[in-house]
Design a protein around this ligand. Structure first.
Ligand SMILES: [Zn+2]
Length: 392
């Protein structure tokens, strides 16, 4: 369950009233020199600071891009980007989870104090000690007990899975759709979507690893995982890409073709129907967050836009084109829709509807291992093209 109340509040543009709780000054020391004083405020028992004050601290300006729902500032040479009601801060292009979302109130954007400075320390390889009245920041190279950034870079790749910047290989989280008590769509001859998606995902893992990528599957067997746990894993691992594999289904047995989807408000009724089908599993998850999927679509349509929407739409396109080229399946054209599994991922993320399991011809096609392998190779081609040409 992922803070739905929060999302609804934001979707409905409810701005909480100006803060009325305790305030206190905290001195920020950078390498033992005073860098400024922050007025720390308590919101719902957690300590927050405003982005205005953060910008002053770093001697930088703050830019608010209301249409993009983003606010960026410079802090001691690093570019820091926040989004309202969002727990992620992007520092020098790398997202970090602050553990608590930012709060938008009439004073502007409020940032969780501890979560932010811990993220900043990670991003800049510095040390932060938060005391009762002081925040001490020790920058890289001046720390006595810490390691210099150069030393950290030399650690073996195996330790880099959460190290983000020092990781040599791109990490891709591949998500075989459905599993366990959720079979997904079932074809006319009884083939289950969850089995096809797992088979393709395993081929994809092998293929990508042979091309030098690091790959983590959200499931390696026939087990149930919630939609939010899938995207959460990708965020926790700081993955460079998230690919959710599915088979499409329609009441119209003639519907056919392959299609790449990204998160965005749906523009066509077909895209909306596909997303509704894939979101349906929310109803059987242990903690059903909502019992009205139309309402969910509404919330997702209104929520803040992902910073990665453009990249995701390009990725959806190149994957779809490559699948069509390798398999002869018709490319239906990439589309945006409200897929819950893609919601909140901080990396280029797509959902691939490989083919229609509801179409007898395509069901047969999907059931053959050689075709599953072809689809996997085509997805890998798309990923290669994406990284080579778009996202370095
Ligand atoms: Zn599916």
């Amino acid at each position: 369950m992922r803070g739905l109340t929060r999302t609804i509040c934001f979707a409905l543009a409810i701005i909480v009233p100006a803060f009325a709780g305790a305030e206190k000054p905290v001195v920020v020391l950078r390498d033992s020199s005073p860098a400024g004083t922050l007025t720390v405020r308590e919101i719902e028992t957690y300590l927050y600071i405003s982005t205005d004050q953060l910008a002053d601290l770093g001697g930088g300006k703050r830019y608010f891009a209301p249409k993009k729902f983003k606010e960026s500032l410079r802090l001691w040479g690093s570019r820091v980007v926040f989004s309202p009601e969002n727990p992620f801060v992007v520092i020098d292009g790398v997202p970090y989870n602050m553990g608590l979302p930012t709060k938008l109130n009439s004073d502007g954007l409020m940032v969780p104090l501890a979560g932010f400075f811990e993220s900043f320390a990670l991003a800049t390889n510095s040390r932060v000690i938060i005391g009762a009245d002081t925040i001490r920041i020790t920058t890289a190279g001046t720390s006595q007990s810490g390691e210099s950034s150069a030393q950290k870079e030399q650690k073996p790749a195996a330790k880099d899975i959460t190290g983000q910047k020092s990781r040599q290989k791109k990490l891709i989280v591949v998500d075989p759709g459905h599993g366990g008590k959720d079979p997904g769509a079932i074809g006319p001859s009884g083939i289950r979507e969850k089995d096809i998606t797992l088979a393709i995902a395993k081929y994809l893992k092998d293929e990508l690893e042979s091309r030098g990528y690091q790959v983590v599957l959200t499931r390696e067997s026939d087990r149930f995982i919630t939609l939010s746990d899938r995207s959460k894993l990708a965020n926790q691992l700081h993955a460079d890409m998230f690919i959710s594999i599915h088979c499409n289904a329609s009441k119209n047995k003639n519907s056919h073709g392959t299609q790449g989807f990204y998160l965005s408000p749906a523009k066509t009724s077909e895209a909306r129907a596909t997303a509704a089908l894939e979101n349906k599993v929310l109803l059987i998850e242990d903690n059903p967050i909502i019992d009205n999927l139309d309402e969910l679509q509404f919330i997702m349509a209104d929520m803040l836009q992902s910073a990665y929407q453009r990249e995701s739409s390009i990725l959806a396109y190149v994957i779809e084109q490559n699948i069509s080229r390798r398999t002869g399946l018709e490319a239906r054209g990439p589309e945006g829709a409200g897929f819950y599994v893609l919601y909140g991922t901080y990396m280029p993320s797509v959902l691939v509807e490989t083919a229609f399991i509801s179409n007898p011809k395509e069901e047969k096609f999907l059931s053959k291992p050689k075709n599953q392998k072809k689809i996997a190779e085509a997805i890998a081609d798309g990923i290669d093209q994406f990284f080579q040409n778009i996202n370095h």
